[in-house]
Design a protein. Structure first.
Length: 315
């Protein structure tokens, strides 16, 4: 449905509106490498609506019905200038008829050193479905109501790092000491004391010691970096260089492996879109294995799809 929606919008655009949409699409696809060409009065754009200088690819965009005539004209105009052309791509939102294909075959036959092709709006629509909502709306020049209500865009709210694996072990040491000592003392209490009141008293004393230890080491405990979880992700090959994953399936905190032994911990959040809710939407993993946003004030009812473009190569 989404692909058909985008395709129909592109098919309905005429003239400069279609050309502008194509330029925005190419800007998103090629970044700064794509350079749009502004028409120069009667000279027009010389059959070149934009180009990528690094690859020598030139683009001509048109919504005219006579595709066979337009592609021939634009290719001839483009080749009349003294510049190297490696690829010539004609973008259209019209159907390709037999006579259009014949012209395309003729141009390929007469120019064997140049890659010549046609890209239709339906192909662009398929590619756009993998883009973020912001990019799609930028290209089309209008909002997508069916996406707006269910998708949130995350930003980094907390950032820890970069740090090494050894640093994570050192910074997590106080947490592991506290855990190990607490478990040992708790086990000793149940082993050496048999009466209920002795166990209750020792358990209360243990809680007091834990809070005392946490109070005097609160700054160190704040630097906790989940060393055991990072080790697990490394040993199971779930965290490769350049990837970012959840530290566990229930946590909204992510770990990014920037280099072989360099990591960054991120907490990403978004504002809840529900009217009257001032909560923050955090990242979680759904039962289906996909990413989902849950509001910290209502995790059940205030749920959202997550725009993965903000996470790069996440698993």
């Amino acid at each position: 449905m989404e692909k058909d929606f985008i395709r129909n919008l592109l098919a309905g655009q005429e003239g400069f509106n279609f050309q502008d949409a194509c330029e925005r699409y190419l800007i998103i696809k090629h970044g700064k490498d794509f350079i749009p060409i502004t028409p120069n009065g009667r000279e027009g754009d010389g059959g070149r609506d934009g180009y990528c200088l690094s690859t020598g690819e030139y683009f001509a965009m048109s919504s005219r019905e006579d595709v066979h005539k337009k592609i021939r004209e634009d290719f001839a105009n483009c080749m009349s200038y003294e510049h190297p052309v490696s690829i010539f791509t004609f973008i259209t939102n019209r159907g390709i008829r037999p006579k259009d294909s014949l012209v395309l075959d003729e141009l390929k036959r007469d120019n064997p050193g140049i890659e010549i092709g046609i890209v239709r709006h339906s192909e662009i629509a398929v590619e756009m479905t993998d883009m973020s909502t912001e990019y799609i709306e930028y290209i089309l020049g209008q909002p997508l109501p069916y996406r707006r209500g269910n998708t949130v865009y995350f930003r980094i709210s907390k950032f820890v790092g970069p740090f090494t694996l050894s640093r994570s072990l050192i910074d997590s040491l106080h947490f592991y000491i506290l855990l190990a000592v607490s478990c040992s003392l708790l086990g000793a209490c149940f082993y050496y004391f048999s009466s209920e009141w002795e166990r209750s008293l020792s358990f209360t004393a243990l809680i007091g010691l834990m809070f005392t230890y946490m109070y005097y080491n609160k700054n160190s405990l704040k630097q906790y970096k989940y060393a055991h979880k990072i080790l697990y992700l490394l040993l199971t090959d779930k965290l490769r260089v350049g990837n970012e994953v959840l530290l566990n399936e229930d946590s909204h905190i992510t770990i990014c492996r920037n280099a072989v032994w360099k990591f960054t911990i991120n907490e990403r959040s978004a504002e809840c879109l529900r009217t009257g809710c001032s909560g923050h939407v955090l990242l979680y993993k759904s039962p289906a294995g996909t990413f989902i946003g849950r509001c910290n004030k209502d995790k059940i009812n205030h749920t959202y799809n997550v725009d993965n473009n903000f996470y790069g190569n996440m698993n």
